[in-house]
Design a protein around this ligand. Sequence first.
Ligand code: NI
Ligand code: MN
Length: 233
Amino acid sequence: MWLIYLAMKFTYYGHACFSVEAGGKTLLFDPFITPNPLAKEINADKIAADFILVSHGHGDHNADLIDIAKRTGATVIAPYEVGCWFEEKGVKNVQSMNHGGAAQTDFGRVKLTSAIHSSSMPDGSYGGNPCGFLVESSDGNFYYSGDTALTYDMKLIGEGTKLNFAIFPIGDFFTMGIQDALRAAEFLGVSKFVGVHYDTFPPIKLDHGAALAAARTAGKELLLPTIGETIVV
Ligand code: NI
Ligand code: MN
């Protein structure tokens, strides 16, 4: 029997911004670079993107979206109200979707999943409901929960799709903390996940050693790439 090892390149840009190479395309998630002092070494004008996936309306997930979308011509995939808001701001190629809906794309299949959070736009206007993304590609499958609480619904995702890895917020306070992220990993049946959404603001400062130890105890691999680092997952 042949064992085919699928792997994807993951690059961290700080906070909850990262890119994944999947299906021959570069997928950029939740672009928030220039307002983040921890990401000052990252030049947002150099970041590549074929697709930009944005999970909700909060500015810490889309502050650089308009500039990067205009420069790259990337297709923006977003929850309906978020997508419409960016279209009004002049962003072209917006694919506004809604929860539970999937679409075939140039990189594979993407499905919007539920997230428990809030989603006002940077100007305070209505941003609909926040989402996560399930991506299935020829290079493998992964799930980014977006900003969310732990939900039992995550079990459904793991039951329906074999995942190579996941990406969860672990900073607590606004989202899941490490203990709930470890339960999410269990629900999804993933052995490894990347932690995001920590250290950027004082309330989400993370004790890295304690988080890594908690993951080891739970038998999970917690990946914490440094900002600007590319890892293979
Ligand atoms: Ni948020
Ligand atoms: Mn956030």
